[in-house]
Design a protein around this ligand. Structure first.
Ligand code: SAM
Length: 220
């Protein structure tokens, strides 16, 4: 199958904008399981790599990817830490797809994939040392509730890396991002992170071929 980048998909005149927007928010059905997971892994690879890099994982870190989509963040983390890995996504189809593509770490007892909403994580307080979440904040109805929820499951001194495309870049994608997306510039994300209780917050502007206009906010 020829792979398609999210940018190509976002700009495609052949697929209705609302449908693509809904699939980006919550991949579903065979299209979500088979097409979207591949599209996300391929097209978001630079930002996902940068977001996992920002966490500077140690071999003992327990790691969570919230809204893991195609699972690339979990694959990268699996090579960098021997700690427990958690993937949470509120799309049942994404979780189903991961149970096939990530079956080795799951079977080895290293990775748990769970279907849940960021606002109501079925994880105990202080469970993980590092959290990655990329291209998810646009879809959270209440970002403060989501960030507080993520902070709850972080251990003392744990790090959250939040990767996203800035509002200016998202507007260039045209109509798709007008359907159910909330757009953010890094200053707003930084202020939400502080309001959610993170003390140290910094933003890393991305400059890759595909990630120009993207940001990673790192918070502790
Ligand atoms: C645009 S995709 C991004 C996937 C991947 N992180 C990436 O960057 O390629 C958004 C993902 O976040 C998940 N998601 C969106 N809102 C969520 C929520 N409230 N709770 C949990 N997962 C959510 C979706 O199901 C989807 O898999």
């Amino acid at each position: 199958m020829k792979s398609v980048s999210p940018a190509e998909l976002l700009l495609s005149p052949l697929i209705p904008h609302r449908y693509i927007a809904a699939q980006l928010r919550q991949p579903s059905g065979p299209f979500g399981r088979i097409v979207m997971t591949r599209v996300l892994n391929r097209g978001n690879a630079e930002l996902i790599n940068a977001t996992v890099d920002a966490l500077a994982l140690s071999r003992s870190d327990a790691f969570l990817d919230l809204g893991f989509g195609g699972g690339l963040g979990l694959q990268l983390a699996a090579a960098r830490t021997d700690g427990a890995l958690w993937g949470v996504d509120f799309s049942a189809d994404v979780v189903l797809a991961a149970s096939a593509t990530l079956r080795k770490p799951i079977a080895a007892g290293r990775l748990n994939v769970i279907c849940a909403d960021v606002a109501d994580l079925p994880l105990r307080d202080g469970l993980v040392h590092a959290i990655c979440t990329t291209n998810t904040i646009y879809f959270w109805p209440d970002p403060l509730v989501a960030l507080r929820s993520l902070r709850r499951v972080l251990s003392e001194g744990g790090r959250l890396a939040l990767g996203f495309s800035g509002a200016s870049k998202m507007r260039d994608f045209g109509k798709v991002t007008t359907h159910g997306f909330t757009l953010y510039e890094p200053e707003r994300v930084e202020s939400l992170l502080r309001e959610a209780g993170f003390a140290q917050v910094q933003t890393l502007a991305q400059n890759g071929k595909f990630s120009r206009g993207d940001y990673v906010c790192l918070a502790q």
